[in-house]
Design a protein. Sequence first.
Length: 303
Amino acid sequence: MPPLGASWLTKLKVQLKLAIARLRMVQQRDEQQGKANRRAMAQLLEAGKEDSARIRVENIIRADIISELHEILELYCELLLARAGLMEGPVCDPGLEEAIKSLLYAAPKTEIKELATVRNLLAEKYGKEFVISALENSDAKVNPKVIKKLSVEPPRDELVVGYLEEIARAYGVDWPRREAITPPLELLDTDDLEDNGDDGGDDDAGGKEQKILADPLLAENKALASTPLKKLTRNAPTSPVTVTPPRMTTDNVHPKVTLNSVELKPNKKMDAAAAASKKKAPEGDVPDIKDLEARFAALKRGR
């Protein structure tokens, strides 16, 4: 008969794998639902129903916050699974304390039943006082991002406006609607002034628009931004390093990749390669320690 500790560890591994699978499934479901909700927000903005869109977009923001929380909890479950051997001792390993206490703190506040089972097994292992310490966060070991994402505060106005702007940009909606601005006289070309003087009667009838001179620096930056990366680095040696554009999150509503203050946008080949890499990644496999450390380092940089 196997020892009691081995039996407990086996149960924990099984529940961690179940929790990881459920968390991934819920994230995929929420992602699909989020796309439909964003399309509905774009339709509201197109119809001019801004007040309704401002209220309903809070549901999208809250759903994104929960998805980001599920992603963090999934990482912690993967970490415990990869370092399960460190939990054979009677005392919690310092390298696992943040993960274990964050799971104990968040499990009662989520709808993932498998996390509740993991919490019960951890409570059985480390005792009641350890669980109370995690729930109260008395030693500040719980991840601050977990605490923040479980708070019930309404989203900031800047976050609401940022979400609406990104949704409008993604679906090609003109929001906030921009009215035509008449430029000052010093920005008008003399030829345009002469033309407007000759055809003054056409302006009253809704005639032609006045020409605004573009800022040369802005025009140069736009030209650089629209230039393919191959042309910018034609004479430079090619590098095997690639940059993956950051995805939109509630902490980074307008993600950008810049080079010398110029925004770089992925071309079609880069988008196709990113989509292909996502398809190749097996959803059921558990990553190794190096992958987990890299993902945790990315999360800590985002704090």
